[in-house]
Design a protein around this ligand. Sequence first.
Ligand code: TYD
Ligand code: MG
Length: 448
Amino acid sequence: MARPKIQYQCSNCGHTSAKWLGLCPSCGEWHTFEEHESQPSAGKKHKVDISEESSSKALRLSEIEVKSTERTSTGLAELDRVLGGGLIRGSLLLLGGDPGIGKSTLMLQSAAKTPDKTILYVAGEESASQIKQRASRIGLKGDNLLIWTDTRIQSVIAQARSIKPDLMVVDSIQTVFSDDLSSLPGSVQQIRECSAMLQQISKKEGITTLMIGHVTKEGDIAGPRILEHMVDTVLHFEGDQSQLHRLLRGVKNRFGPAHEVGVFEMRDSGLHEVLNPSDLFLSEMDENVSGNAVACIMEGSRPILVEVQALVTPSSYGTPQRTAGGFDQRRLQLLLAVLEKRAGMAFSGQDVYLNIAGGIRISDPAADLAVMKALASSLTDKPADPKTVYIGEAGLGGEIRRIPYIDRRLREAEKMGFRKAVLPGRETSVKSDLSLVVTDTVRKAVGS
Ligand code: TYD
Ligand code: MG
C-alpha cells in the first residue's frame, strides 16, 4: 500500500501545499498552515477516456426546460427584499455575521412569521431550551419549528430526509461535523465536507437550506470562504453591537439582485424591520450648530439619507489628527486635500474628526459633497441648512461628478421633507419639487 503523503493545508482558506508555508499565497494569512495526511487514492486517477462514447449528451440551450423558480416569502419583508422576493425551493444559502449580531434571532423570527411552513432548525450553538426561551421572548409559538440538536452531518441529513422541511436552518455550519473525518468541527475540511453534503440533499430533495456562519474579524466568513462559491446566495448581517440597527446585505445572489440591503432594529422584543431607514439615520439637526450636512447614499437600490458630522478644531499637537468613523479615512484625507487646493480652505494645523450619525458605514462616493460641506461648515463655523441635501462625487480637480440614481435620491429627500438639493452641474434634466442648486465645482457647492 502506498504511504500516506504529508500535506499542508491553510486553516483559513483550505489552500494546500506540499511544503509548510508561513504566509498563505491564496488568502494572505500568516501561520495558518497545518499538517495533514492525505491518503493516496489507489489507482483512482481521473483520466479522460477518449475511446469510450459517453452516454450523456450535451444539451442545446433551446432543449433545456426551465424549472419553476417560485419564491416563497420568509415572512419578513426586509429579508425578502434582500433575497429578491423570497426563498427559492432547493437553494442553498449562507448567512454570515459576527457572533451576537442577531442571525439566530432573524431566522427564528422568520419561522414565527411563516406558520404554514415546516422548518427544521439544526441547533449546534444553543440547547433546545435556550432556543425555547428566546422564542418565547420574541413571541414565537413555534408549532412549525422542529429543533434538532445532534450536529453529526449524517444525522442531520437523515432528519432532513424524513421530515422533508420547507426550510432547513443549520446554526451554525461551524458546529456540524462528519464522523468520517478526523479534524475538529469548524475546520476547513469539515466545513467543506458537510456543506457539500448539505448542498446535495438540498438539490436532490428540494429542501431550501440556510447555513449560518460566523465571520472572522477580517470580515470573511470564518474559514468557510470556500463556501461562498458553492452556495446560491450569500447574506451578511452586520452592524455595530453598540448600535440598534442591523444591515442585512446581499453579497451574492444567483436568483436575484445582489447588493440589496435590508434594515432592522434590534430591540428587547427581537428584530424589527425598518421600512424607512432615513428616519433611523437622520437625527434632529440643530440649525445653529456648524459641521453637519445631509447626504443621500444608495444601499442596493434603496436611497438612505444620512447625517454627516464634522468637527474641525485647532490642533494642539504637532501632527494634526484625522479621524473618521463610518467613513474611509483615506477618502477623508483626499477630500481635505481637494478642499485645500481647489476651494482655498486651510485644514493644516486643524484636527479633523468625521462621523456618520447612527453608526452606519458609508462607501457611496455620492456622499463626498456632504462630507465636504460638513468639513467646510465646521471650519468656518457657519451652520449648513438642515433641510438641504448634498449629492455628488468630488473629483481631484475640484469638479463635482455625476452619480447614478439621482431621481431616486431626490424623491427620498422630498419624502423626508427636504427643501433644497445641491447637485452636480450636468444634472440639468432632473425634475423635482425641491429647489435645485446645480453646481460644477466644489468651491461653489460648499458655499451653497
Ligand atoms: P443572536 O441571534 O443570538 O446572534 P447570533 O446568532 O448572530 O450570534 O442575537 C443575540 C443578541 O441579540 C444578544 O446579544 C441579545 C440580543 N437580543 C436582543 O437585544 N433582543 C432580543 O429580543 C433578542 C432575542 C436578542
Ligand atoms: Mg446564533
